[in-house]
Design a binder for this molecule. Structure first.
Ligand SMILES: NC(=O)c1ccc[n+]([C@@H]2O[C@H](COP(=O)([O-])OP(=O)(O)OC[C@H]3O[C@@H](n4cnc5c(N)ncnc54)[C@H](OP(=O)(O)O)[C@@H]3O)[C@@H](O)[C@H]2O)c1
Length: 182
């Protein structure tokens, strides 16, 4: 059965972005196997604010191409009517029904890539199966929270952890994977 995996990078103090949305403190220089992760997924879900940020990343999306090309891409929004990008679908309806339909189709895991607001919507409705965090060694002090206040507690079960060393500096990031107890 396909799993919904909430996977994102967090600061040590639980923020996913600076207050202005910047994620410059995240690095691709950790010894993390992105290729292996991308082999496990074929669909990506994100909130409208994350989508708008993704479009800013280089290479600048002047041609408005999907930065997540090769994956079924869904942007959740009640205000956007059209993503403006071929192959990127806007979802505004019932989350539970959407996930039920996606899971009913054959496929790999489903990457819930954030941000915090969309993660909250999914967690509140019990739609997350696994949480995979890249805990980055920085205290941002303030920012956009990884987990905005949830409507209920969510018990977790440990799956794995991995130390990902920095390729240039003497430092490490921790990959933590927990399953959501149902
Ligand atoms: N550190 C990381 O790995 C990481 C990962 C992802 C994102 N980020 C950063 O996080 C920031 C954005 O996160 P965020 O928490 O502010 O926002 P977000 O979750 O990306 O987007 C929030 C928006 O998603 C839509 N949404 C949320 N729940 C919904 C639902 N149940 N149904 C339909 N639409 C729903 C709403 O859009 P409408 O207002 O249009 O209705 C809402 O305003 C960005 O700066 C991004 O770069 C960081």
């Amino acid at each position: 059965m396909r799993k919904v995996v909430l996977g994102l990078g967090t600061s040590f103090d639980g923020y996913i972005a600076r207050k202005n949305g910047a994620v410059d403190w995240l690095s691709m220089d950790w010894d993390y196997d992105w290729t292996a992760f991308f082999k496990t997924i074929d669909a990506v879900l994100m909130g409208r604010k994350t989508w708008e940020k993704a479009l800013e990343f280089p290479p600048k999306n002047s041609k408005r191409k999907n930065p997540y090309a090769g994956m079924e891409t869904y942007v959740f929004s009640k205000t956007l009517k059209d993503s403006g990008v071929e192959g990127v679908e806007i979802v505004s309806g019932n989350l539970g029904e959407f996930i039920e339909n996606l899971k009913a189709r054959a496929g790999k895991n489903i990457w819930l890539s954030g941000g915090g607001e969309l993660a909250k919507s999914f967690l509140d409705e019990g739609l997350v199966d696994e949480i995979s965090l890249g805990v980055t060694p920085i205290l941002l002090g303030s920012g956009i929270p990884l987990f905005p206040e949830l409507v209920r507690e969510v018990p977790l079960r440990f799956v794995s952890s991995k130390i990902c060393r920095h390729k240039k500096e003497d430092n490490a990031m921790l990959e933590l994977v927990y399953e959501v107890k149902k």
